[in-house]
Design a protein around this ligand. Structure first.
Ligand code: ADP
Ligand code: MG
Length: 234
């Protein structure tokens, strides 16, 4: 469970990127954070991860304050760009990331093989990661995010700008993860992904939370619904 109370954040004490945000996610759910570019989505994720210190407010993850969390063992973050070492191979990236956690070598190797297989990267495992296609690189970044088997997953635009096949592979792994993780937050513009895996949506606009709804209550046209919500705040 992620609980955010009265969160505000300003860059350089000037520009208010987040204003009085309140969010509570339930266990075994996926929540999509939607909003146009500059709405504050990435800033929100960086606050949850402790990479930015809120100007005001509190964040709790599974009832622990976010600055007290044993991060590596608990929560994992897919940044909007990168997320792996370009000069290492996928296999080396996964072994390196996995061995940072308290797991033995055999277990790390098994997990690396498992994720390479699930994300359909097995025949690329010994190539230089920086040479892979954009979609494969995004799948690798996701595998690196998953190798510590986190209870809480924070994914910043997991399918942005990638090919259809990679998107579908990522969507299918998210469906599987939903039953394993306590909470998953995804910041995305990909409404196909939202319709396929998310339980709830939250819409940010210019740093404010303007809408919160269950996907099942929206009905068929998610895109029209989202654009109407954002337009009504112009
Ligand atoms: N490092 C930064 N310094 C100053 N302003 C920033 C910085 N990063 C983001 N911003 C500003 O904060 C606002 C929210 O940005 P961001 O959280 O990246 O939005 P989103 O992820 O929704 O596109 C934007 O107006 C953006 O220009
Ligand atoms: Mg962003």
């Amino acid at each position: 469970m992620i609980e955010i109370n009265n969160l505000s954040f300003s860059y350089d004490n000037q520009k208010q990127a987040l204003e009085n945000i309140n969010i509570k996610t339930a266990d075994r759910t996926i929540t999509a954070i939607l909003g146009h570019k500059g709405a504050g989505k990435t800033t929100l994720f960086k606050c949850i991860m402790g990479l930015l210190k809120p100007s005001h407010g509190l964040i709790k993850v599974n009832n622990m304050f976010n600055d007290m969390l044993p991060y590596d063992e608990y929560i994992s973050y897919l940044p909007d760009k990168g997320g792996f070492y370009s000069l290492l191979t996928p296999w080396q990236n996964l072994i390196f990331r996995g061995s940072r956690h308290n797991k033995n070598k055999k277990e790390v190797k098994e997990l690396a093989s498992d994720y390479l297989h699930k994300l359909e990267l097995n025949n690329m495992k010994n190539k230089i990661s920086g040479m892979l296609s954009k979609g494969m690189q995004r799948r690798l970044a996701l595998a690196c995010t998953l190798i510590n088997q986190p209870k809480i997953l924070i994914l910043d635009e997991p399918t942005n700008g990638i090919d259809q096949v990679s998107s579908e592979i990522i969507i299918s792994i998210l469906k599987e993860l939903k039953h394993k993780c306590n909470s998953i937050l995804i910041n995305t513009h990909d409404l196909v992904l939202v319709g396929a895996v998310c339980d709830n949506i939250i819409v940010l606009n210019k740093g404010k939370l303007i809408e919160e709804k269950k996907v099942e209550d929206i009905g068929m046209n998610l895109r029209k619904y989202y654009l109407d919500v954002v337009d009504s705040y112009k």
